[in-house]
Ligand binder design. Structure first.
Ligand code: CP
Ligand code: NVA
Length: 331
């Protein structure tokens, strides 16, 4: 199937149509079952900018790029100092001359959009403060495996209405997931986003009520990266929302527990639950690899070979790219 993502950015789940989203999940399942993904990234280089720490996202993308025949280059804040050493737009313009794609974990969603605006190569959101679409796309594969379906699955998200929750709301709306968000007062998701999501998303402040008919009890850290100064206040405000044995007793016995990880054990989730029989968190983490591999394959499948070096193609002397887009800029 010709992917509608081919050569395109993946910045949010709302960028996808249902058919493309299902196709990525189907491809991920096939690859996980042993199908050969081929080498759609052969001869291509993908830069990965990580301005925030990462274990799962960085390693799973790097492995997926390798498996698809490509070459990943990881860049960290201390190296490119994006927005300080040079502007976001200039970082984008430079990377676009060297690489065929960019995976970016950066705090500011606006900066992510800025990167995408100034690059011709596809840009993939590896988490901003506003969303974490690769995480939730992979979680949908786990839903399929654990619950047996994505549409109609009942997910209770317990925690902060920030990035991971925001991508869950978009996934619920796109795929017909029955999502209940349980947040402490003051930490709810963006009301405008909730309103856009319509009837598949419900909001409550009562954790036990939120998990009562859940197939999946899902949680995330109380203190996200960049919020460390609020840690003590958050520990107090989120205290009643811990995913522990007592809360699980309010859920159906068949409910499974998911967490995007890293876990702050003893805060949003207890050891007993995280290491207990209802948790599927490590299988969930593995699915990051399969889904991102499928996502990369969809974006890079059949795309033209890397653009020629503008200088050797004769375009560099005038400062013009292959499409002439930058011809007006000083060389
Ligand atoms: N879940 C997730 O994105 O993990 P990392 O921060 O380790 O990449
Ligand atoms: N909400 C968390 C997700 C980590 C994967 C954070 O932003 O730190």
């Amino acid at each position: 199937m010709e992917s509608r993502l081919r050569g395109r950015d993946f910045l949010d789940i709302a960028d996808l149509d249902v058919a493309t989203c299902r196709s990525i999940l189907d491809t991920a399942r096939r690859h996980k079952a042993g199908a050969d993904p081929g080498k759609p990234l052969r001869g291509r280089t993908v830069a990965m900018v990580f301005l925030r720490p990462s274990n799962r996202t960085r390693v799973s993308f790097e492995v997926a790029i390798h498996r698809l025949g490509g070459h990943p280059i990881a860049l960290f804040d201390r190296e490119i100092e994006m927005g300080r050493r040079e502007s976001v737009a200039d970082v984008a313009r430079i990377l676009d001359r060297f690489v065929d794609g960019l995976v970016a974990r950066i705090p500011s969603h606006r900066d992510l959009l800025g990167l995408a605006e100034h690059m011709r190569a596809p840009v993939i959101n590896a988490m901003t403060d506003a969303s974490h679409p690769c995480q939730v796309l992979a979680d949908c594969l786990t839903l399929k495996e654990v619950v047996g379906r994505v549409a109609g699955a009942r997910v209770a998200f317990i925690g902060d209405g920030n990035n991971v929750c925001a991508s869950w709301i978009e996934a619920a709306s796109l795929l017909g997931i029955n999502l209940t968000v349980v947040s402490p007062p003051g930490y709810e998701p963006d009301p405008a986003q909730l309103a856009r999501a319509g009837g598949t998303v419900h909001l409550t402040h009562e954790a036990a009520e939120g998990v009562a008919d859940a197939d999946i009890v899902y949680t995330d850290v109380w203190t996200s990266m960049g919020q460390e100064a609020e840690h003590e206040q958050r520990r107090q405000d989120f205290g009643p929302y811990q995913v522990n044995a007592a809360l699980l007793r309010a859920a159906p016995p068949s409910a499974r527990v998911m967490h995007c990880l890293p876990a702050h054990r003893g805060e949003e989730i207890t050891d007993e639950v995280l290491d207990g029989p209802q948790a599927v968190v490590f299988a969930q983490a593995e699915n990051r690899l399969w889904v991102q591999q499928a996502l990369l394959a969809a974006i890079f499948h059949g795309k033209a070979e890397p653009r020629p070096d503008p200088a050797s193609a004769g375009a560099g002397a005038s400062g013009a790219g292959p499409d002439g887009r930058e011809a007006a800029e000083p060389g």
